[in-house]
Design a protein around this ligand. Structure first.
Ligand code: GLC
Ligand code: CA
Length: 593
């Protein structure tokens, strides 16, 4: 099966990394102590922020049409505030025909009809700001929607003033050179357009034409649009698929040296960083805002976006850890043997070390492109749901880097695990399913794998209470609600002081109190331990030891050289936690030494 190449940015990375870079890093990380300088009081706010990501389509439906909306979020502002988080990242809320759930924008300065109006947005922004919560928006500018006015005009005639806002291959030159597409069933990124007798480029779906960043006029339009939102007072942007924005317009055949990793080639556009620097100069530097890049590749590549002297962006996601454990050359198919836990820990150590030298990273275990963290990295059986959810929250909130936390994880939501392809909505899944089918692949096996890794698992409606649809809304939800809403829901957990939800809140408070958890040096402890992720975070004489047993059986960690005799438990996920190096299944301990 040739499935590898078809997905969002995620699997591309997995491949890149597995090809060797990983090994070196692993060796290095064995002894790694990440030395960091103590923070100056002038550190920017975004380094200390805990970010809560809201997928608006699935958070709360206020009017019973089955789709979450801005008024729905407004009705939950106090809940969001109660989490203790500092910033919210909203997935795209702009006008969109929703071929890729808002990542296909038809009007950058209007709100998606299903989500509400600009007045609703203003009220939402004010609601968050009144509660001292900052708001991040998604900036989707590698491509727009084929329904965007620019594209509708462009596709009507080569003389359209907007024709050059897109990339075209004139048909009189014959067939265009092959370009791989991520959401195209045929895997072909060129689509023929009759009225102009030319092909347009779409790295994602054909309904997502790529914008022509090589055209300075287009870039100015984007900067103007960014100012529109920044002038409204938003606090930053998450830059979607930004690594792809600059294109190699020589349109040479795909270079063999990329060895099928076309995503890496796409992320190597000749002017990518010129554009980021221009954007910074002309827009970002004029506002007190933060940015996070959906960056791809190894440390060297990702660092280019965030090294401060380059004056580009502030933070970056990296994919190496999140994409770990999939079979090579297959689309997000989990390895039935599981993943190499020791190697996974060392990936985190490597990136943490890199960002300690320069730039600033992020830490996350889930988002709208991922399954639920509980199913993928914890254990969603009734026995271990609570303990492992708490363990994963402890991990995210005790590592170095800005913490990004996905809605629903705070109550331990898990994968819905659809049996039938008809239950899915996601373009990525449906494209890949069609490809497996076209090639006569094993569809049953594919669907089994997707129960673990597909994106819709992470997009099911928020589970507020045990009423119909989990209290998401009165209408039939756009995507099924996980049937476990009857027991896994916010209302039930509000009442229980030991719930996953209340543990998350405690852990957020602990991170705020202990600066060592934000700025402290990171050091892996007992790196080769096959069950326990253990590390210290130290700052100005304060040392915090974090012990996380990622396995369903008891395990012991070697804490040689650390004195646990006077250790104090700052937080633990079992009742009456004790400072010990012998951990129960999925036990999490945060100790001060
Ligand atoms: C990014 C988004 C993903 C989207 C894709 C195309 O990877 O996170 O959800 O499908 O870009 O815009
Ligand atoms: Ca609605």
């Amino acid at each position: 099966m040739r499935l590898v190449l078809q997905s969002t940015l995620l699997p591309i990375l997995a491949m890149a990394l597995l090809l060797g870079a990983c090994k070196q890093a692993t060796q290095k990380a064995n002894q790694s102590t990440v030395k960091t300088t103590a923070p100056a009081s002038s550190e920017p706010w975004w380094k200390e922020a805990v970010v809560y990501q809201i997928y608006p389509r699935s958070f709360k439906d206020s009017n019973g049409d089955g789709v979450g909306d801005l008024q729905g979020i407004i009705s939950k502002l106090d809940y969001v505030k109660s989490l203790g988080i500092d910033m919210v990242w909203l997935n795209p809320i702009y006008a969109s025909p929703n071929k890729d759930n808002g990542y296909d924008i038809s009007d950058y300065q209007n709100i998606m009809k299903e989500f509400g109006t600009m007045q609703d947005f203003d009220a939402l922004l004010k609601g968050f700001h009144d509660r001292e919560i900052k708001v991040f928006m998604d900036l989707v500018v590698n491509h727009c929607s084929s329904e965007h006015a620019w594209f509708k005009s462009a596709r009507s005639s080569r003389n359209s003033p907007y024709y050059k806002y897109f990339h075209w291959w004139p048909a009189e030159k014959g067939k265009p050179p092959y370009r791989w597409s991520i959401f195209d069933e045929k895997g072909d990124a060129w689509e023929y357009n009759k009225a102009t007798n030319s092909y347009y480029l779409h790295y994602f779906a054909d309904a997502q034409p790529d914008l022509n960043w090589e055209n300075p006029q287009l870039r100015q339009e984007i900067y103007k649009m960014m100012r529109f939102w920044l002038d409204k007072g938003i606090d930053g942007f998450r830059l979607d698929a930004i690594a792809f924005c600059s294109k190699d317009t020589t349109w040479q055949p795909l270079p063999a040296e990329y060895n099928g990793q076309w995503g890496m080639y796409y992320a190597s556009g000749p002017h990518l960083h010129d554009y980021m620097q221009e954007m910074n100069r002309e827009v970002l530097s004029k506002y007190n805002v933060a940015t996070v890049a959906e960056a791809m590749g190894d440390v060297e590549r990702v660092m280019k976006f965030v090294a401060p002297e380059r004056k580009e962006l502030n933070m970056a996601y990296y994919f190496e850890a999140i994409d770990f454990g999939y079979l090579p050359n297959e689309y997000k198919m989990p390895d039935p043997k599981g993943y190499d836990f020791v190697a996974w820990k060392k990936i985190y150590a490597k990136w943490t070390e890199a960002f300690a030298q320069k730039g600033w990273g992020t830490i996350y275990l889930a988002n709208h492109d991922q399954p639920r963290m509980l199913t993928r990295w914890g254990n969603d059986t009734p026995e271990f749901r609570d303990a492992s959810s708490k363990l994963l929250s402890t991990f995210i909130l005790s590592m170095r880097g800005t913490a990004f936390y996905y809605y629903g994880d705070e109550i331990g939501m898990s994968n819905i695990k659809f049996d039938k392809v008809e239950d899915y909505n996601d373009i990525e899944l449906l494209t890949n399913y069609a490809q497996v089918k076209a090639k006569g692949g094993d569809l049953k096996r594919f669907l089994e794998g997707m129960k673990i890794s597909s994106r819709d698992n992470g997009r099911t409606p928020m589970q507020w209470d045990d009423s119909d649809n989990g209290g998401f809304g009165a209408g039939k939800p756009w995507l099924k609600v996980n049937p476990n809403y009857t027991s896994v829901n916010v209302a039930a957990q509000e009442k229980d002081p030991n719930s996953v939800l209340n543990y998350f809140r405690k852990m957020v408070q602990l991170r705020k109190k202990e600066r060592a958890l934000i700025y402290g040096d990171f050091k892996l402890v007992d790196a080769e331990n096959p069950s326990i992720f253990a590390y210290t975070r130290s700052l100005e004489g304060r040392t915090i030891l974090v012990l996380l047993n990622f396995k369903a059986v008891e395990a012991k960690v070697n804490t040689e050289g650390l004195d646990l005799s006077k250790a104090k438990v700052l937080l633990g996920n079992y009742p009456n936690s004790k400072a010990t190096n012998q951990l129960k299944p999925y036990e999490a301990l945060v100790l001060s030494l």
